[in-house]
Write a protein that binds this ligand. Structure first.
Ligand SMILES: NC(=O)C1=CN([C@@H]2O[C@H](COP(=O)(O)OP(=O)(O)OC[C@H]3O[C@@H](n4cnc5c(N)ncnc54)[C@H](OP(=O)(O)O)[C@@H]3O)[C@@H](O)[C@H]2O)C=CC1
Ligand SMILES: O=CCS(=O)(=O)O
Length: 256
């Protein structure tokens, strides 16, 4: 049985990855801070909960994980939408810590096990890593740094049988991302997705994670941008109905 360690597994994309990988027979270790959420999900998928703050994680925290075939660095997020002129330095520190240093710590901890297993690292950055946008400087900076970490790591791992992938999602409608970014303001958070016809779901991103991790060990996807059809570019978000021919979403995995 292959083993996956997924950070940010208590909600959203990380949770969906944990559920889908478990469905496809992986043993899953779920990492995040909220023990109650982790326990609930872990018990449903026969996985293992490890509650910790990735910005403080150490090797000792993961003694129970003997082998690792896949590390998904998904813990992260955005805090605030302030313009540079008024940015809150504490928000920037929080974003750098979780998105960049959290990824760094878990990667350092698991690299020996991943090399041993000819495994795969998937870092969930964002299309925010591809360029700045108004009110996004702190998040874009953190995701750009996480992207740079991923690119350097891939080069440094030349000569090692380990795959390093950066997955850059565009708009994904998850229950907590925008709420956290907008300090719990539910109206503003739901306005982010207003009239967007089928933003990505966490499950869509999980399908991509499963696809990447299922490729043969010599096949490295360096980077992969995944956006909803309604979002052709960061600033080209279409709000309104799209003329879909299938009125009902087909839930079949594209791997089937
Ligand atoms: N939603 C979107 O539109 C997009 C999201 N992304 C990225 O995808 C990732 C997941 O986002 P999404 O699922 O939407 O958002 P969520 O807010 O649902 O997920 C964030 C996860 O990270 C965990 N987390 C946050 N801080 C820490 C920490 N210090 N230590 C351990 N775990 C932590 C949270 O759990 P807990 O609070 O229990 O610790 C939670 O499980 C993030 O990196 C985000 O930047 C990328 C592109 C688009
Ligand atoms: O990573 C999230 C996508 S966005 O909010 O930066 O567009």
């Amino acid at each position: 049985m292959k083993t996956a360690v997924i950070s940010g597994a208590s909600s959203g994309i990380g949770e969906a990855c944990a559920r889908l990988l478990a469905e496809f027979g992986w043993e899953v270790f779920l990492v995040a801070r909220r023990r109650d959420r982790l326990d609930e999900i872990a018990s449903e998928i026969n996985g293992h909960a490890i509650d910790l703050d990735v910005t403080k994680a150490s090797v000792e925290d993961f003694k129970c994980v003997r082998t690792c075939d896949l590390l998904v660095n998904c813990a992260g997020g955005a805090f605030g939408v302030d313009v540079v002129e008024e940015a809150d330095v504490d928000d920037w520190v929080k974003m750098y810590n979780v998105n960049v240093l959290g990824t760094l710590r878990l990667t350092q901890i698991f690299l020996p096990r991943l090399i041993e297993s000819q495994g795969c690292v998937i870092n969930i950055t964002s299309t925010a890593a591809l360029g700045g946008y108004e009110g996004g400087a702190g998040y874009c900076a953190a995701k750009s740094a996480q992207r740079a970490l991923t690119q350097s790591l891939r080069l440094e791992m030349k000569g090692e049988p380990v795959r390093i992938t950066e997955l850059l999602p565009g708009m994904v409608h998850t229950p907590e991302f925008s709420l956290n970014r907008l300090q719990g303001d539910a109206d503003r958070a739901s306005a982010v997705y207003k009239d967007v016809d089928r933003p990505l779901t966490a499950e869509d991103v999980a399908q991509v994670v499963l696809m990447v991790s299922n490729l043969p060990p010599h096949v490295n996807i360096d980077e992969l941008v995944v956006r909803p059809v309604a979002q052709r570019a960061q600033h080209a978000l279409f709000r309104g109905a799209l003329n879909w021919h299938d009125s009902v979403h087909k839930p079949d995995s594209f791997l089937n």
